[in-house]
Design a protein around this ligand. Sequence first.
Ligand SMILES: [Zn+2]
Length: 388
Amino acid sequence: MVERTGGNRPGSQSALHTANRRRIVELLQSAGEMTQAQVSRATGLAPATVSNITRELTSEGVLIAVDPGVGRKGLRLAPAAGLVAAIDYGHRHVTVAIADMAHEILAERRSDLETGTSASESLECASLLLEQALADLDVDRFSITAAGMGLPAPIDSRTGEVGALSILPGWVGVDPAKMVSDRLNVPVGVDNDANLGVLAEHLWGAGSGFDNIALLKLSDGVGAGLVLNGALFHGRDGTAGEIGHTMMDEAGAVCRCGNRGCLETMAATRSVTELLEPRFGPALTIQDIVGKAIDGDTACARILSDVGRHTGVALANLCNLFNPDRILIGGELAQAGELLLAPMREAVGRGGIPSATDGLEILPSGLGARGPILGAIALALRRAPSPV
Ligand SMILES: [Zn+2]
């Protein structure tokens, strides 16, 4: 029996064509602007197929094809394909951004939040900012097709709830994705800020082009986001990357996790400022400490170097386990630059086996404080329904 082609039966030419169109659109949705050759390589489709489908999608208004040149790669999704919203909560602020399918941020609003604000009040604030951002663009909230959200907290990937180790006490036990999707009625992705930071670095920052990267955040908390084999790694429950709770000293200070001598008790911003209180008093900031170290204060330089060294010991273990291409350093303490990074590299060199650290680069994060909001956009773009 000869099977007739046509129709939309699985395996038919038309079904294959539809699947290929969707593959190309979904690739551009998650990766942003690409050349035709990159699309062909990433999808495994023949250049002629990519070229045909591109022509078709362009005439339908789904794609925009521009001449590749300086800063342009050629193919991107049309802005009209839909908008996504991103919400990023920090310890004391919330940022809301709206982006289009071509990965361009169109509007952004930010507000300070009191520490300890409840989840519902925090969401109310984000909701107001979103309304303002939509008004800036003169569009209504029905233009939003998906949302991404970042929190400086572990998110249980089985229940969606914020874990007890959060530095945002008002959010513990809350299911933030459900709260936002109930309000916006669109798919919502939620992840912690280190994971979103590394996702953004992988797509647009210092991790672009590398499949195995870690982003270490040295801030109020200490945590890492991991991209392994090109994908974000969460572990079973979403707890992967809690490098701040690596035990460094069995008899050390008690950590907020209940253990003793965790890296976080030595390398979080509060631990660093507290150590220097006897010399400079309680109002010292990380910026002050870095400034004083650059001006030659030995105590400040010593403390920053110690943070680098201790962190390097934990990172050496991470290298031995995961053999990353790059480790990117972010968070408030990253502003210490080489004062922190040089001793960190030395400790990684000492504690990591050569085959796990040869060729490794330890660099400041490329996107800095912008990482989590950009990562929330990346997450939203992955949740957005395909326009074809
Ligand atoms: Zn701990």
